[in-house]
Design a protein around this ligand. Sequence first.
Ligand SMILES: Cc1cc2nc3c(=O)[nH]c(=O)nc-3n(C[C@H](O)[C@H](O)[C@H](O)COP(=O)(O)OP(=O)(O)OC[C@H]3O[C@@H](n4cnc5c(N)ncnc54)[C@H](O)[C@@H]3O)c2cc1C
Ligand code: FES
Length: 278
Amino acid sequence: MNQPMPEVSPYLPRWAEISRIEDLTASEKLFEMHLVSGEPLGHKPGQFVELSVMGIGEAPISVSSPPRGDNSFELAIRKVGNLTNAVHSLNTGDTVGIRGPFGTHFPIEEAKGKNILFVAGGIGLIPLRSFIHFVLEHRDEYGDITILFGARNPSEQLFLDELEQWGKREDITYLETVDVPDPNWKGNVGVITTLFPKIDIDPSRTCCIVVGPPVMYRFVILEAKAKGIPDNQIFLSLERRMKCGVGKCGHCQINHIYVCQDGPVFRYADIFDLGEAL
Ligand SMILES: Cc1cc2nc3c(=O)[nH]c(=O)nc-3n(C[C@H](O)[C@H](O)[C@H](O)COP(=O)(O)OP(=O)(O)OC[C@H]3O[C@@H](n4cnc5c(N)ncnc54)[C@H](O)[C@@H]3O)c2cc1C
Ligand code: FES
């Protein structure tokens, strides 16, 4: 008699080997890695993994690449503390632990046939990049694409080559801004909401996808609503301190929701009652 196969435990990391490291800015690096055995990661854009370094710890990190047919995927990581400093000191060929993918994903199906307005602030571009690449790989299935990206200053802009390519494409609208320019900056200056008057969208056919620092959400949502985009067509990815990633420890809880399981991607209409907690 066949024994039922034990499910892979969500608490057990799989090993991934780092195959490429690229400096993005002074504090962010891109790590391409591949799972050394088993199935591909199988993530959807917007989901995250729990990344661990033996003897140091674990942290939630968004998958920044779109789904691929092989075992490889990309994480872009800002060095801020114990785990991320340890990851930044690793080299190609080193291995890390990966649990997941976890959490909800961006509305890849629901947005098909619609226009998409992507709004990324700072390292919010890391998770959004997965969905942007996915949409560009399936360009015919989506309508008008607009990408707004804001960084504090030009040296904090991530994925410079890709930003340049998006700016040149005729089938998307790409607008960028910085809060504080340097002497070489010739573009828009101001917070990301200063880009909204420059865009022309059909709100009834537009999904707005927002990822950025907490302070950005309230103001971007006001702009999106002022453009006429309904609450159920606005999606946000929330960041909270996490431990287990699977709804057991309560670290990520806000009122009645667990960000690790009910999110990190939420439809604004489902969470607008969180108010200040957003
Ligand atoms: C769903 C999700 C996706 C994410 N995706 C990414 C990603 O793609 N790339 C990325 O770079 N980051 C991402 N993050 C953020 C990342 O998980 C955190 O920055 C994580 O804390 C880094 O771990 P660390 O051990 O390096 O830093 P920590 O040692 O945890 O320190 C991080 C910062 O938090 C402060 N801190 C430490 N403990 C506490 C505490 N108890 N209360 C308040 N502040 C504290 C520290 O002083 C430091 O400034 C994501 C987070 C979430 C929830
Ligand atoms: S991180 Fe443990 S419940 Fe969400």
